[in-house]
Design a binder for this molecule. Structure first.
Ligand SMILES: [Zn+2]
Ligand SMILES: [Zn+2]
Ligand SMILES: [Zn+2]
Length: 57
């Protein structure tokens, strides 16, 4: 298997695709950023990627 396997971020409305080798892993899911992995609990809409307005809802 390739280390470069890409997967969509598990955040509900995040459109980002990340490599599983660099993704943030939590509860068996892969996220593109810390914000996504914690459900945007800090209130930050969007992740670290420009143009993404995910909110975890
Ligand atoms: Zn995103
Ligand atoms: Zn994300
Ligand atoms: Zn998100």
């Amino acid at each position: 298997m390739s280390e470069a396997t890409l997967i969509k971020c598990a955040c509900a409305d995040c459109l980002c695709v990340v490599s599983i080798s660099t993704a943030v892993k939590k509860d068996g899911s892969y996220y593109c950023s810390e914000e996504c992995s914690n459900g945007h609990s800090s209130g930050v809409n969007s992740c670290s990627h420009n143009g993404c307005n995910c909110s975890g809802q």
